[in-house]
Ligand binder design. Structure first.
Ligand SMILES: C[S@@+](CC[C@H](N)C(=O)[O-])C[C@H]1O[C@@H](n2cnc3c(N)ncnc32)[C@H](O)[C@@H]1O
Length: 248
C-alpha cells in the first residue's frame, strides 16, 4: 500500500476508523480495497478473540504500516491503530431496497437531523434491530466520517441514504412527537416508516403533512423531550415486541 494509492482511494471511499468499524464492515459485506494496522499481529489477535468469523478476511486485507504513516492517514488516531477504506454502496441499490415491498422491517427517517453523533448512534440501532434502512432529510450527510465513526462501521449492515420528504419510501408513516397518541396502544407494522424530528425544532411541517399517525413515547409532563437517538431506540424496541422481529 502506498500513501498515494490510499490518498487516491480516500477521495471517494468511506473511512473505517478502528478495528471494530473494519470488523463490522467486512462482516456485513463491504468491499474493502485497503486496510492498515500499526501492529498487524495485535489486530489479528483481536480478531481471534472478538471476531473469529472475519479473522481470515482481515489476515488477507491488513498491511502493517509505521505509526507515523498511520497517523497521517486518519484525522484522529484510534486506540486500535487500525484503519481501512471501503467502497460506498451504490445509491441505486440502496434506493431499490428502500422501495421494495412487502417490507419485513421498518425504515427509520431522521427529519433534518443536526448532530452527527446522533445519526451514527441511530445507524447502529438500525443495524442491531435489522431495520430496512435509515433515511435522512435535510443537509446532514449520513455518510460523513463522524457519522460512520459513531455507527461503528454498521452503515454496511443497513441502507443509509439522504432523500427529500416527497421521495420517502412507501408505507404507513408513524411520526414521533411528544404531542402524539401513546405508542403503547399501537402495534407498529413491519412496513412502517418511523420518522423522528430534528434535535432543534422537531418534525418539519412537510413531514407532518405526510404523517399518518402521530405517536408519543411515555414521558413525565415536566420533561420537554428525549434525545433523538434514545427516542429511536425506544420506538424500535416497541416495534421489536409487536412487529415481525418478535416472531424471529
Ligand atoms: C430532541 S427531540 C426534539 C425537540 C424539539 N425541541 C421539539 O420541539 O420537538 C428530537 C425528536 O425525538 C423525538 N422525541 C423526543 N421525545 C419524544 C417523546 N416524548 N415522544 C415522542 N417523540 C419524542 C421526536 O421525534 C423529536 O422530534
Amino acid at each position: 500500500m502506498t500513501l498515494a494509492s490510499w490518498n487516491r482511494l480516500a477521495e471517494t471511499s468511506v473511512l473505517l476508523d478502528g478495528f471494530h468499524a473494519l470488523k463490522h464492515a467486512v462482516r456485513f459485506g463491504a468491499e474493502v480495497p485497503v486496510a492498515v494496522a500499526v501492529d498487524r499481529e495485535a489486530a489479528l489477535a483481536l480478531a481471534d478473540e472478538l471476531a473469529p468469523d472475519v479473522r481470515d478476511a482481515l489476515d488477507g486485507l491488513l498491511t502493517e504500516v509505521p505509526e507515523p504513516t498511520y497517523k497521517s492517514l486518519v484525522p484522529r488516531p484510534h486506540p486500535t491503530a487500525v484503519a481501512a477504506l471501503a467502497v460506498r454502496p451504490s445509491r441505486a441499490a440502496g434506493l431499490g431496497k428502500l422501495a421494495h415491498t412487502p417490507r419485513t422491517a421498518p425504515v427509520v427517517v431522521l427529519d433534518n437531523p443536526r448532530n452527527l453523533g446522533n445519526a451514527g448512534a441511530v445507524i447502529r440501532l438500525a443495524a442491531g434491530f435489522g431495520v430496512t434502512g435509515v433515511v435522512t432529510t435535510g443537509t446532514l450527510d449520513p455518510w460523513h466520517p463522524t457519522v460512520v465513526r459513531g455507527g461503528a462501521g454498521l452503515h454496511f449492515a443497513t441502507v443509509v441514504e439522504r432523500l427529500t420528504v416527497p421521495e420517502l419510501p412507501p408505507g404507513p408513516l408513524f411520526a414521533l412527537d411528544p404531542e402524539g397518541d401513546d405508542i403503547r396502544g399501537v402495534k407498529l407494522p413491519d412496513d412502517a416508516v418511523l420518522a423522528f424530528g430534528s434535535e432543534r425544532s422537531g418534525l418539519s411541517a412537510e413531514l407532518r403533512a405526510r404523517t399518518d399517525h402521530l405517536l408519543s413515547l411515555p414521558m413525565r409532563p415536566q420533561v420537554s423531550s428525549y434525545n433523538l437517538a434514545t427516542s429511536v431506540a425506544m420506538t424500535l424496541y416497541h416495534w421489536s415486541l409487536t412487529g415481525g422481529a418478535a416472531r424471529a
